[in-house]
Design a protein around this ligand. Structure first.
Ligand code: HEM
Length: 396
């Protein structure tokens, strides 16, 4: 009886004390408190794993471990060392003065890698592919936008040499940057099967060199088109009328009046400026690693507006130098995808999509009837200036 009573008390007490000591979170008793397979799988699934159970377990302060017999690190295990590197407690001394040099393991790198090769590329490809399909459908349904009226055989100067130089510097460099950027993003998948690893390495190296250096021409082009055209892209009352009928793009014979640039072109222009500045800044940050971090500050400002929270976004306000670079890379590519999709539509309308449009950027001279249909108010201004004796100024 006494024996049974003492066993009962012992069992109750041990069950109680076990319940007290049971660690929170997943049961790691099978691994003696160390990382379990489930921890690893959760991390690979991209779930947030609370690493506090091992973050401090780095062998630091364990003097006996340091004076043990197993070599220069004593009995400190590899796992201790790697945990210390991973959680930033290892005393890493590097000769490089780069801010990121002391970071040897960075967990967020895995998130970045899988986002870059996963959703970023998937949705980006949908956007570009979808835009091309939409343009093909537009072409099949609407056909080429023709000059409706009788051609006059007379031409008007639409853009002078400097305006065309600025356009082609900006647009040409953009196309080269787009092509070489896409090689960086998709090249491994499409070019290695075609040229082999050695061949791809040469292409990738050349492509990266071109991408990094053409960037300067793009930025110069951005400045030139801004200076040349900003004044013509201030919105005016005609833009609303133009937008109300979608510029007549979907209906034959409808030509809303417009000055030098119509509302659609103004939208393209401002998108080029905003996306051009954004892609240049993130590009500069990538070109000079760790020297121009921008995302921590941007996220602090963005979080203060409360908008990211409403969207369910958790933007980090503290990050390692490498994370800064990873965000710069992701942003750079996201902007590039949007920019390319817009420019696909622009190139279509500026070339095969609209009769007479390419001449504006080719020779600079457009058919007078084309100008009457697409930029009637601008044509009137040019002709009035000519009639009053002044040279037809493309700046009108
Ligand atoms: C083969 C490629 C391209 C062609 C055929 C082309 C054609 C044209 C044409 C014909 C115009 C003048 C439209 C008019 O007279 O009203 C124009 C304007 C313009 N282009 Fe391009 N372009 C090309 C590439 C680009 C690229 C890559 C960019 C920017 C990254 C760009 C940005 C602009 C801008 C901002 C304007 C002034 C606003 C506008 O007309 O929308 N172009 N382009």
């Amino acid at each position: 009886m006494r024996l049974m009573l003492s066993m009962l008390i012992f069992l109750t007490w041990s069950a109680f004390s076990w319940a007290q000591e049971a660690p929170e979170g997943p049961d790691r008793s099978a691994t003696g408190g160390a990382t379990t397979l489930e921890d690893i799988l959760a991390r690979q699934r991209g779930e947030k794993v609370d690493s506090s159970y091992r973050a401090g377990n780095t062998g630091q302060g364990n003097v006996e471990a340091l004076i043990g017999q197993l070599g220069t690190r004593g009995t400190a295990s590899d796992s201790d060392l790697y945990r210390a590197l991973r959680y930033g407690t290892a005393d890493v001394t590097v000769s490089s003065r780069s801010p990121g040099a002391g970071v040897l393991i960075q967990d967020a790198g895995m998130w970045w890698l899988s986002f870059r090769t996963g959703p970023l590329r998937t949705y980006g490809s949908y956007l570009l592919g979808g835009t091309l399909v939409a343009l093909l459908l537009f072409y099949l349904i609407r056909g080429k936008i023709r000059i409706d009226g009788e051609k006059t055989g007379r031409t008007v100067t639409r853009f002078n040499g400097f305006e065309r130089f600025g356009h082609w510097l900006f647009g040409g460099s953009f196309l080269i940057l787009g092509a070489t950027g896409l090689i960086a993003l998709y090249g491994r998948d499409f070019l290695i099967p075609l040229f082999g690893k050695q061949g791809f390495a040469t292409i990738a190296l050349a492509s990266k060199w071109i991408h990094n250096n053409i960037a300067w021409a793009f930025m110069l082009g951005l400045v030139i088109i801004t200076v040349n055209w900003v004044a013509h892209n201030i919105p005016n009352r005609h833009d609303l009328k133009w937008l109300a009928v979608a510029g007549g793009l979907f209906s034959k014979g409808l030509h809303p009046p417009a000055k030098k640039f119509n509302a659609g072109q103004k939208i393209i222009f401002w998108l080029c400026i905003i996306l051009g500045i954004s892609i240049s800044l993130s590009g500069l940050s990538l070109l000079f690693p760790f020297e121009l971090p921008m995302f921590t500050k941007t996220f602090v400002i963005a979080n203060a507006t409360g908008v990211p929270e409403l969207l369910g976004l958790n933007l980090p306000e503290q990050m390692s130098p490498h994370e800064e670079m990873q965000y710069a890379q992701i942003w750079h590519v996201m902007v590039a995808y949007g920019f390319l999709a817009i420019i696909f539509a622009h190139i279509y309308l500026g070339s095969i999509g609209m009769e007479g449009a390419f001449d504006a950027m080719g020779t600079g001279e457009v058919e007078e009837q084309w100008a009457r249909e697409h930029h009637s108010l601008w044509l009137e201004e040019v002709q009035e200036a000519e009639a009053s004796g002044g040279a037809a100024s493309p700046a009108e």
